[in-house]
Design a protein around this ligand. Structure first.
Ligand SMILES: [Zn+2]
Length: 435
């Protein structure tokens, strides 16, 4: 053994361990180095460090394990091995960023903060049902399977790459960040609907999938999961399956996206916002809704797909005011509400019927109805009804002669709008019943 205590380890600038060989300490030696430690000895050094680290003012033990090279076949935090420092782990902030980690299989240990940023995990990664307050793994690369079921307040996996199967059933009470993540194989997000990603009381809880890439989208499943605070901006979701996913937004009274609710709230509090920003936002929202709608259509979830279609059209309408879309929305909620369309048909008919009676009475047109009758007689009401019916169904009865100008204008107007509304009703009915 050639120890040289004057030299500083080149493994990492914060490393103060004794240099062992090639200007590196034992923890920084490459795993294929002839003097590299075996797994048990390596763990013993880690345990010693945990034991010897003084407590910081904030009550934490800060462990600088940056740029470590773990031995081949090593398993990080394997069950039983860290039992003697279990209590200290609970208060530890452990930074294992920029490291070469072989496998992670955390026993039942609770850890305050675990940072794995920019590390490569060569084997499998398993976080069991345990508490890791803050789990940070941005820009890490997971070459093996990844399974996470721990409870966390913060789960940050921005820019991470998951090369193999991914499964996630964690309970995240704060922020879960999958922005820019790349999922290469099968992917499962599974929860107990109300547990995963927090509840609706705290407005800051959110799960972000913005710009995430699901390479095997046909093998991606979101099941029994609360996605009311999820964001899917610029994500391709075609082929992704959602079963029993909760998207219900109370303020919209339909299934919808958090980005829409959040923007509306901001918009309300800020007043008129920057116009350019709004157009950009609604473009993103439209894309997000379209992706979800297509995903829902794919699994024949028409309740959700209708609501997401409404969201898509609302975003299009809000991006730039459009008269046709306003009519489309009012008449049948973009072809999704056949009962509303039918009620409007009835209302239109009643309006025509009442106006016909009023016109015949006030303007005293003798030939409109039998002139001897009061306008409220059964016969005149029947005639008005028949006239309205023939108008809205585009028929012409010869029974009434010399219609007034007002009546003819009214009829012409209703001959246009009634069939349009009837078409809206048929469209909505067709959308509701298509399977
Ligand atoms: Zn070192």
């Amino acid at each position: 053994m050639t120890e040289n205590k004057i030299e500083k380890c080149k493994g990492h600038r914060l490393c103060e361990r004794t240099v062992f060989d090639s200007e590196l300490c034992l923890l920084h030696l490459p795993s294929d180095h002839k003097n590299a430690l075996n797994c048990d000895d390596y763990d013993q050094l880690l345990i010693d460090e945990i034991k010897q680290t003084p407590m910081r003012d904030d009550g934490r033990f800060a462990l600088h394990w940056e740029k470590l090279n773990f031995p081949i076949d090593h398993v990080l935090f394997e069950h039983f091995k860290f039992d003697e420092v279990r209590d200290r782990l609970e208060k530890s902030w452990i930074n294992i960023s920029y490291s070469n980690i072989q496998n992670i299989r955390v026993g039942s240990y609770a850890i305050q903060t675990l940072v794995l940023s920019h590390s490569t995990i060569h084997g499998n990664t398993i976080f069991p049902v345990a508490t890791i307050e803050r789990l940070i793994m941005d820009s890490s690369k997971f070459l093996g399977k990844f399974h996470c079921a721990c409870s966390s307040n913060l789960f940050d996996a921005r820019n991470a790459i998951f090369e193999d199967e991914f499964s996630f059933s964690s309970t995240i009470s704060g922020l879960a960040n999958f922005t820019n993540c790349r999922f290469k194989k099968a992917c499962l997000f599974h929860g107990s609907r109300s547990l995963v990603f927090g509840d609706d009381d705290d407005e800051f809880k959110i799960v972000g999938f913005d710009n995430a890439i699901f390479e095997s989208s046909a093998q991606v499943l979101f099941q029994d999961i609360d996605l009311r605070k999820a964001s899917f901006e610029s994500v391709s979701l075609v082929g992704v399956r959602f079963y029993n996913a909760n998207f219900y937004q109370k303020s919209l009274n339909r299934n919808g996206l958090y980005n829409e609710v959040n923007f509306l709230q901001k918009f309300k509090s800020n007043g008129a916002d920057n116009k350019e920003n709004n157009v950009k936002h609604y473009n993103h929202l439209m894309h997000e809704y379209r992706q979800l709608r297509m995903a829902m259509e794919n699994i024949k979830d028409f309740d959700n797909s209708h609501d997401f279609y409404v969201g898509e059209m609302e975003s299009r309408k809000n991006r730039k005011w459009n008269f046709i879309l306003e009519i489309y929305r009012f008449s049948s909620c973009y072809g999704t509400k056949y009962i509303r369309a039918f009620l409007i048909l009835i209302v239109l008919f009643v309006i025509h019927f009442i106006l016909t009676i009023l016109l015949s009475a006030n303007l005293q047109i003798p030939n409109l109805f039998s002139s001897q009758d009061s306008i409220f007689s059964w016969k005149s009401l029947g005639d008005a009804m028949l006239h309205s019916l023939s108008t809205v169904t585009l028929q012409r009865f010869n029974l009434i002669e010399n219609l007034s100008f007002c009546q003819r204008t009214l009829d012409a107007f209703f001959r246009i709008i009634f069939p349009i509304q009837a078409a809206m009703f048929i469209l909505a009915l067709r959308n509701m019943t298509k399977r």
